[in-house]
Design a protein. Structure first.
Lengths: 105, 83
């Protein structure tokens, strides 16, 4: 029961990430919503499944999947953000300071 | 209970599929693909819970790896293009 509640919480976080990806109006904001919410959501889902399953083989596979998610999610978010910035597809408003555009950057 | 979890994940997959179809930029589409793969990994874990059979759990590891590699490759590909 505890395991199922944890998995349900993680699934709801993933659903919130989906709603954010639909509703935000900028590629960077969408990437932000996706990365943060799905990292914790998927970790909760895999934790709940690891509590529920009994075979050590399955549990180690779930731990490996969780470790891969934690390691790769920030990297892919960074790559997407950098590609979006270099493609100049962010609508920089007048009051925004573009710190990456500094002369000595 | 696991059916409710799978329905929540189906809703999330619908949101990501909408963004995958609408775009507008290539970065938005790769974000949506990333979300769909995460939803798939979560669905595989939930399926293993529902059936008590962990045969598909290694597939979650593979899907997670493939998702990262595809995101990295497409991000390098679209870098410097005008979307």
């Amino acid at each position: 029961m505890i395991a199922e509640l944890i998995v349900l919480g993680g699934a709801i976080l993933i659903l919130l990430a989906g709603i954010g990806v639909v509703r935000f109006d900028d590629a960077l904001a969408r990437m932000h919503a996706l990365t943060k919410a799905t990292t914790l959501g998927l970790l909760l889902v895999l934790l709940g499944a690891a509590i529920d399953l009994h075979d050590p083989n399955d549990i180690t596979s779930l731990i490996l999947a969780a470790a891969l998610q934690v390691l790769t999610s920030p990297v892919s978010a960074h790559l997407i953000g950098r590609a979006t910035y270099r493609a100049r597809s962010i609508d920089a408003r007048v009051d925004v300071v573009d710190e990456l555009d500094a002369p000595n950057a | 209970m696991t059916l409710a979890i799978l329905l929540v994940l189906l809703g999330a997959a619908g949101c990501f599929a909408y963004r995958l179809g609408r775009g507008p930029s290539l970065a938005d589409r790769i974000i949506a693909v990333d979300g769909l793969l995460v939803t798939g990994v979560a669905a595989i874990a939930t399926y293993a819970m529902r059936t008590g059979n962990g045969s598909f759990v290694p597939v979650a590891v593979i899907v997670s790896l493939v998702g990262f590699v595809s995101t990295a490759i497409v991000a390098r590909y679209i870098e410097g293009r005008d979307v």
